[in-house]
Design a protein around this ligand. Structure first.
Ligand SMILES: [Zn+2]
Length: 56
């Protein structure tokens, strides 16, 4: 048995879900929602959260 990991694109605007391979991309490499045309932007960098780094 083989398992292929398929990443899904999910549109923040309309909630459309499509396999990433079926989603068009703009010239910058961002996925573009085929339904509403919203570009997927990289998530904003989050501040370092050390809440889980406490020493035992
Ligand atoms: Zn959309």
């Amino acid at each position: 048995m083989s398992f292929e990991w398929v990443s899904y694109f999910t549109c923040e605007e309309c909630g459309l879900e499509r396999p990433s391979a079926e989603v068009p991309y703009d010239r910058l490499g961002y996925a573009v929602c085929p339904n509403c045309g919203t570009e997927t932007r990289p998530a904003a960098p989050t501040a370092t959260d050390a809440s889980t780094l406490a020493d035992g």
